[in-house]
Design a protein around this ligand. Structure first.
Ligand SMILES: *Cc1c(COP(=O)(O)O)cnc(C)c1O
Length: 457
């Protein structure tokens, strides 16, 4: 593609003036950027008119696809009526009032309150500030530590990156003090030889118990967890995990917060990931699917107890001194109301439930066909295929092969977008996927796996 690197090309212009987040720069050097113009259903189109089936829903969030008329209309109507406002000084748009009512209605809580942000990272930051504020006002200023897990992804701001359990944050000198990362509940990878899944879960529960004893229960502000780890590589919890850890947290008075930025609103097949895994948290973090990706918005949804405590603490010092200029944006609120309607009442979550067995079976068939797939894991519409050099020993490919990058690039060449994560390939398609589009996804992935594994064999 010689014309892709001339200074006038979109790709060259992208490289000249824009910075990429989380992008493998050697791949960009080799292959150039992909500059997109528009989308139709689950497909996106680049500046050369090439069409890609986006099996990652953008970044997990475009669950209604890329041209849903209802979402665009909801935004337009709200732009015409009242295009922007804040939620400071006791003022708030009517749409924001409606959205909070709706969120509490669909939440697992019998009552609660919502605080809005522009992103998932900010929602996690906001939650941590709420907990630090509670510690300060309630006379427990030492209660500041946050427990999360290795491989967890909670965002990129200084605090949410500290919650994230990924080694790449060491380049920023993160995590900050007081952010502790426990073992990732990935039995296939972290289980010891001869250890059953039940024993593995019990070991992780004991680790939590030991950590609380070592650190002091009254120094720990919260345990925050994704029901299924998303950006860590689609890692469902080991059997009985939340049932094992929640009683320990309860006994020590430590809130359990469910980061539902990916899992929330249908991705796992339940409305919330905590529904799918059978636990009720003390608070929920939401973003991504909240607006089906059509507006940047995040939310902290507090259950009854944290709502009451935050209310009392705020009254004690007269305000909760926190908020973003665009918190509770009326257009975001209108879009979120529409997205929730589409997911809950408009058939999108039903579609996930209906299509999940076919997606799962298709991926399991690919794994059976390609001996270099070591683990197929996931739930609902979030799955990963883990590539291994040797399926019996689980030995990975040498890192310099960048096996998952190669697979993702081979998919891109075939008009399929999927995401490399570690040595896994992640698939989390939009909920609107049709049967034919699923067949296309599986056929293109099969072909890409065939080509890449044959070349490295
Ligand atoms: C994406 C993500 C975040 C961060 O959301 P941003 O909107 O990118 O800041 C937080 N938590 C989880 C589980 C996520 O997947």
């Amino acid at each position: 593609m010689p014309d892709d690197h001339t200074p006038q090309s979109w790709e060259a212009r992208a490289n000249a003036y824009s910075l990429y987040g989380f992008t493998d720069l050697p791949t960009i050097k080799d292959r150039g950027a992909v500059v997109l113009t528009h989308g139709e259903g689950p497909y996106v189109f680049d500046v050369h008119g090439r069409k890609y089936l986006d099996a990652n829903s953008g970044l997990w969030n475009m669950v209604a696809g890329f041209d849903h008329p209802g979402l665009a209309e909801a935004a337009k109507a709200q732009y015409d009526r009242f295009p922007g406002y804040h939620a400071f000084f006791g003022r708030m748009a009517d749409k924001t009032v409606e959205l909070s009512e709706r969120l509490i209605e669909v939440s697992p809580f019998e009552r609660g309150k919502v605080f809005y942000t522009n992103s998932g990272s900010e929602a996690n930051d906001t939650l941590v500030k709420m907990l630090w504020f509670l510690g300060h006002v309630e006379g427990q200023p030492q209660r500041r530590k946050i427990l999360t897990r290795k491989n967890a992804y909670h965002g990129v701001t200084a605090v949410s990156a500290s919650m994230t359990g990924k080694p790449y944050n060491s380049v920023f000198g993160l995590p900050l003090d007081g952010f502790l990362h426990l073992t990732c509940p990935h039995y296939w990878c972290e289980g010891h030889d001869g250890e059953t899944e039940e024993q593995f879960t019990a070991r992780l529960a004991q680790e939590l118990e030991d950590t609380i004893a070592r650190e002091g229960a009254d120094t720990i502000a919260a345990f925050v967890a994704e029901p299924v780890m998303g950006a860590g590589g689609v890692i469902p919890p080991s059997e009985g995990y939340f049932q094992a850890i929640q009683p320990i947290l309860k006994r020590h008075g430590i809130p359990l917060v469910s980061d539902e930025v990916i899992c929330g609103f249908g991705r796992t097949g339940g409305l919330w990931g905590c529904d799918t895994y059978g636990f009720t948290p003390d608070a929920i973090i939401s973003s991504k699917n909240l607006t089906a990706g059509y507006f940047p918005m995040g939310a902290v949804i507090l259950g009854p107890e944290l709502t009451d405590r935050l209310q009392a603490a705020s009254e004690a010092v007269e305000e909760f001194p926190h908020g973003f200029t665009a918190s509770g944006h009326p257009v975001g609120s209108a879009v979120a109301l529409k997205a929730i309607e589409l997911i809950v009442d408009g058939g999108l979550i039903d579609r996930v439930r209906e299509m999940t067995p076919k997606l799962e079976q298709g991926l399991r068939d690919l794994a059976a066909k390609h001996p270099n797939i070591g683990e197929t894991r996931g739930v609902g519409f979030m799955w990963a295929l883990e590539a291994v050099q040797d399926a019996t020993t689980k030995a990975p490919f040498p890192p310099e092969l960048s096996i998952s990058e190669q697979i993702a690039n081979a998919c891109t060449d075939r008009g399929l977008i999927c995401r490399p994560l570690g040595q896994a390939i992640v698939l989390c398609p939009p909920f609107i996927l049709t049967d034919d589009q699923l067949d296309e996804l599986l056929a293109k992935l099969d072909d890409a796996l065939e080509a890449v594994f044959a070349a490295v064999a």
